[in-house]
Design a protein around this ligand. Sequence first.
Ligand SMILES: Nc1ncnc2c1ncn2[C@@H]1O[C@H](COP(=O)(O)OP(=O)(O)OP(=O)(O)O)[C@@H](O)[C@H]1O
Ligand SMILES: [Mg+2]
Length: 290
Amino acid sequence: MNREAMKTISSNDLILEVRDLTATVQRHGSERPVIEGVTFSLARGRSLGIVGESGAGKSMLIRSILGVHPPGVTMRVTGEVRLDGHDMLRLRGRERRRALAASVGMIHQDPLRSLNPTIRVGEQLTETLAFTGRSTRRDRAARGVELMRSVGFRNSEDESRRYPHQLSGGQRQRIGIGAAALTEPALIIGDEPTTALDVTVQKRVLDLMQETRERTGSSMLLVTHDLGVAAERCDEIIVMRAGRIVEAGITAEVIAAPSHPYTRALLDSIPRLDGPRLRRLRVPETGALS
Ligand SMILES: Nc1ncnc2c1ncn2[C@@H]1O[C@H](COP(=O)(O)OP(=O)(O)OP(=O)(O)O)[C@@H](O)[C@H]1O
Ligand SMILES: [Mg+2]
């Protein structure tokens, strides 16, 4: 049996399994918990929204799963994380980076921060391919143009030669999605990928993420403080507060009957301006929602 087949069987049908995850950060000589006892899993091909207010621990949860700690911060993470068959908390340095490059595509809130201002976007889009070392520079340039076309750049030959500051926020985020999908990773993670964009651009970027996911068959973790976005885009939802999961379930069930008062408060805070979406989300006349 080849390695690929073994991996699929041993990791079951779950792309991600997180068990009793706890993370602390050290500050002023004392340890402060930022994630406490978090357990959840995600099946291959499915999408999960991670929702909660600012400071709830959404980004720290992603960091803890990936083992990517904020610079200059001492973090201690315990528990278990299996990602696409990798035992993440036991992998170090190069091995961990390899596992991440092979299995995860990450989309950041602000793609400018992850894009190098001095390298043309087409070129940096395909940088990862140089890292995995199976392509020539010319292959990569062609792939960059093709990839930009797949994320909606009509004039991609020209546009691939631009620098990040020559693109709009929405265009940069489309580059971010292209980069995340480059290796057709088993899991795409977006940490507030559309928060910095205005509403119409937000919708286009989320649509593009969805199309990309359908094309590559990836699973998705979507971090957002907007329960409406998670409800619309994800099969399942977990709600976090102060480093813990306070609610978890299939999206339709969470929305129809939130068990935690905090989820209800989040539901009530979805802007009423967005009438059609809300009407679709809300199950009429259920007491649980009032
Ligand atoms: N670089 C850091 N050093 C120390 N503590 C941090 C750091 N970043 C976040 N924290 C702490 O970790 C906790 C969780 O923060 P986190 O950034 O995960 O929240 P979040 O849910 O992603 O919020 P937001 O919606 O604002 O992005 C907070 O108490 C925060 O103060
Ligand atoms: Mg965050």
